[in-house]
Every structure is written in structure tokens, then in C-alpha cells.
Design a protein around this ligand. Structure first.
Ligand SMILES: [Zn+2]
Length: 457
């Protein structure tokens, strides 16, 4: 066993139901196993003795949180950030304008976009991310394979979803025909990817999920068939749902159903499912989602950016829904900054529920334990003995934190922007605020070039 002791942290977020003094003396990690082996109480030393620890990291200027978990993204969209034609549009107009641009995506552009998004997430304290990739135009058959390579290179964890679109504009859907695929091709590729890459059990680095894009871009049959296949392969199911009132009207007109009734009609109302956004639910629907064990990826910045609405996150959680946070795709955020998203969630949800219900600790729980549960993982998201050593360490320095008193509220309220160190499975992936081994300048230069080419056509 090789151990590292993160000694005497300035503060630790163990969760709103736990006493931070239990780890006031720090955290001991077995770097070979990649797990947390001891929480050291305030004022104490590791049980094995201070001399026999292999490495000691002075954490006296760091706030330590569980590695943040991002539950919804579209990595490829880093290529279309802040593009003027959609800067001020709501969801449907935004999508219709962007689809033809996205249809020109290439494997090289996707590789760079995925690297940028994941590096940005890592540097903001994120250790596990879900991506929803549903674009498979000609030449992009191996999109998920490309993403798997990037995940492994960066040493992050990811739940990559094999997304899909099968309902084109000719059949009453929203996306252009050139971006939709035959359902049989989609299901066969889903099966191939799960077989090739999906890791099971504790410590999994790469996982695959199934993710038909949305009610207005996928046929009812493909929704049902995806649920059956996910059950057979025992993988998770993801889609966008109840994001806008336009979508609700679409479901009423096309299916004669509200969104949750539609979800139930295609066999998705269960614990395997996590949905992005989940804004426009009534109280009865919230109770049904909670009873079924569905999870929700709350994406506050995207919801404000597209003026989609305010999710009823507190009521969802109180009903039994696992609530996690997501930055969403970079064409609607336009950042992949997860610690910033914690602050956005706090403020947006306070507008609906007030400050007593929406505490700094509760929102940090959403970004960690809540998000991990939404992705179906019990081995990450909390700092506990036996769990994976996925940790983020933030320094509260500079003008932004000067004069702040209490570290955990300061982390959220003063607006932390970057982590100083990030560990995934016992290995340092961010040191001094930078992804280890990544030539960031070269990446940015190549990514910018691809972004320009994509928009130019
Ligand atoms: Zn999305």
C-alpha cells in the first residue's frame, strides 16, 4: 500500500448530514488502490502513524470537496460557444439554427472539443462527467470511440451516452434529415459500444449509457426500444425532458400526452433513468417521478441562458428524486465550469425557495452525492472510507476571497472559479490549477481553428 495524507485541511465538505470534524485532520488515500482508507479527526494523526505515510500534502490552505460530478453536457458544443446567430434565441430557434452547423462535425473536431470540455471540467473540480452525444452525421460513426480515447488520456471518469436522433423534419420532428439515423443502426451501435467499453463495478472509469435526444427528435418506438435494450444490457438511460413549454406543447399535439405521461408510455419511469432539465412538471408529476426513482440533472445556467424556466429542484429532491447538477452543452452555458454552476444553482433556486431551503451545503451535495446517485454510482460523490479517492482541493486566495470568514460558504458565495488540485482514483490529474501533461496552448489553438472551420462551413 502506498499512502498520501492530505493533512489538516482548512475545511472539508463531507455533506450536509455529517460532521466536518470527522475529517478535520485530513484524509488518507491508498494511491495504488485509488480509494480513501482513513478520515483523520481534527487534531489527530493517521492510525498507521505519521512516519509511515508515504507522502504528506499540506492542505491547510485548501477546502476539500468530493470530486464534483457533472450529469449533463454535450462536449462537441464547445465548438459553437457564444455564436452571435443564437446568442439571444430560445431553445427551438436555437436548435434549428445550430443543427446545420453541427451536421458538419468531424472526428478531429470532436476529439478536440471533448478534450477542451473535459479539461475545463477537471480544472473546475470535476472528476466524473456524463456526456450526451447524439450527432452521428456521415463520417461520425465512431464518435463515442473518439471520446473514450480522450477520457482515458485525461484520466477522468465519464459516462458517455450513445445518443440518437431518428425523427427528422420530414416526419414532424425538429432536426434536419441529414442528422437522423435509422433506429436499427442506432440500437446495433449502442450494443457494440456497451460491449466494447462499459465498465461495471466500483472504480469504473468509462461507462456507456443510452440516450435518445428528446421527444421532438426521436420516434416513440426508438424510445421504447432503447428502454428495453438498456434493461437487457443493464446500463443507464438519459434524455432531455420538460425543458421548455414549446416541448410540452409538442408532446400534447403529437402524442396527446404531457411529458411524464409520455415518459411512462415508453417504459422510462424507473430508477435507470436520469433526465436533463426537468423544469415543467406539476406537483402530481413530481410525486410520480420521486416514487419511480427517476433522477434529474439540473442545469441552472443553461435554463437561464435559454430562458427555459426554473426547475422545481427542492420539491423534486423532497419527493425522492436524485437531483444532480449539469453545466449542459457549451452552446447554452457557455462554460464547462462546475464549481461556478454550484453558485448558479444556489442563486436560481433561492429565487424559488428562499435561502433557508437552499443552503450552500445542500447545493454542494447536489454537485457531489446527488450527481453521483443520478449517474447510478455509489462509489463516488462522498468522502468516505472505501469510496474512490476522487477529490477537489480549492484555494481561497486573491482579491475575491479577501475578507471572507467561513471557508465552505466562501467557496460558493465568493465565486471559486478553479480548483488548485484534483485527484481521480488516487492519481493527481490537476496540479497548480492545470491539467497534468496537457499542452493547453496547443489545444486551444487547434480547437479554435476547428471551431472557425465548422461555423464557416
Ligand atoms: Zn442538453
Amino acid at each position: 500500500m502506498s499512502t498520501v495524507w492530505l493533512r489538516d485541511p482548512l475545511a472539508v465538505h463531507l455533506g450536509r448530514d455529517r460532521d466536518p470534524r470527522d475529517a478535520g485532520g485530513g484524509i488518507v488515500i491508498d494511491t495504488a488502490a485509488g480509494t480513501i482508507v482513513e478520515l483523520v479527526p481534527t487534531g489527530a494523526a493517521p492510525a498507521q502513524g505519521r512516519e509511515s505515510v508515504d507522502e504528506i500534502v499540506d492542505a491547510s490552505e485548501h477546502v476539500i470537496t468530493p470530486g464534483l460530478v457533472n450529469t449533463h453536457h454535450h462536449f462537441y458544443q464547445t465548438l459553437t460557444r457564444a455564436w452571435a446567430p443564437v446568442a439571444d434565441k430560445p431553445l427551438f430557434d436555437w436548435l434549428i439554427t445550430l443543427y446545420p452547423v453541427w451536421a458538419r462535425l468531424t472526428p478531429k473536431a470532436l476529439e478536440l472539443a471533448t478534450t477542451v470540455a473535459m479539461a475545463e471540467l477537471l480544472e473546475t473540480g470535476c472528476t466524473t462527467a456524463a456526456d450526451h452525444h447524439y450527432l452521428f452525421p456521415t463520417g461520425m460513426d465512431e464518435a463515442i470511440d473518439v471520446q473514450v480515447d480522450v477520457v482515458r488520456r485525461l484520466g477522468m471518469r465519464a459516462l458517455l451516452t450513445r445518443g440518437s436522433m431518428s425523427l427528422g423534419v420530414d416526419d414532424g420532428g425538429l432536426p434536419p434529415q441529414s442528422t437522423v439515423q435509422d433506429p436499427e443502426v442506432i440500437l446495433e451501435d449502442s450494443r457494440r459500444l456497451v460491449g466494447a467499453y462499459h465498465e461495471r463495478g466500483e472504480g469504473a472509469q468509462v461507462q456507456i449509457g443510452l440516450a435518445p435526444c428528446s421527444p421532438f427528435s426521436v420516434t416513440t418506438d426508438l424510445m421504447s426500444e432503447s428502454a428495453v435494450l438498456a434493461e437487457e444490457l443493464d446500463v443507464r438511460l438519459h434524455t432531455h425532458l420538460a425543458e421548455t413549454l414549446d416541448e410540452e406543447r409538442f408532446c400534447l399535439e403529437r402524442f396527446g400526452l404531457r411529458t411524464v405521461d409520455y415518459l411512462e408510455s415508453v417504459g422510462w419511469l424507473g430508477e435507470r433513468t436520469w433526465i436533463a432539465h426537468g423544469i415543467h412538471f406539476d406537483t402530481e408529476e413530481i410525486a410520480r417521478l420521486g416514487a419511480a426513482g427517476v433522477s434529474v440533472a439540473h442545469c441552472p445556467t443553461s435554463n437561464m441562458r435559454l430562458a427555459s424556466g426554473i426547475a422545481r429542484a427542492v420539491e423534486l429532491e423532497d419527493a425522492g428524486v436524485h437531483v444532480g447538477l449539469g453545466v449542459d452543452g457549451s452552446a447554452s452555458n457557455d462554460a464547462s465550469n462546475l464549481i461556478r454552476e454550484v453558485r448558479q444553482a444556489l442563486y436560481l433556486q433561492r429565487l424559488r425557495y428562499g435561502s433557508a431551503e437552499v443552503t450552500c451545503a445542500r447545493v454542494l451535495d447536489w454537485a457531489t452525492g446527488g450527481s453521483a446517485a443520478a449517474l447510478g454510482r455509489a462509489d463516488i460523490g462522498r468522502i468516505e472510507v472505501g469510496r474512490q479517492a476522487d477529490l477537489a482541493m480549492f484555494r481561497l486566495e486573491g482579491l475575491a476571497f479577501s475578507g471572507s470568514h467561513d471557508p465552505i460558504p466562501a467557496l460558493v458565495l465568493c465565486g471559486a472559479e478553479k480548483a488548485d488540485r484534483v485527484m481521480v482514483g488516487g492519481a493527481w490529474r490537476v496540479l497548480d490549477g492545470h491539467v497534468v501533461g496537457l499542452d493547453k496552448e496547443a489545444l486551444i489553438a487547434a480547437h479554435r481553428e476547428e471551431a472557425r472551420a465548422l461555423v464557416a462551413g
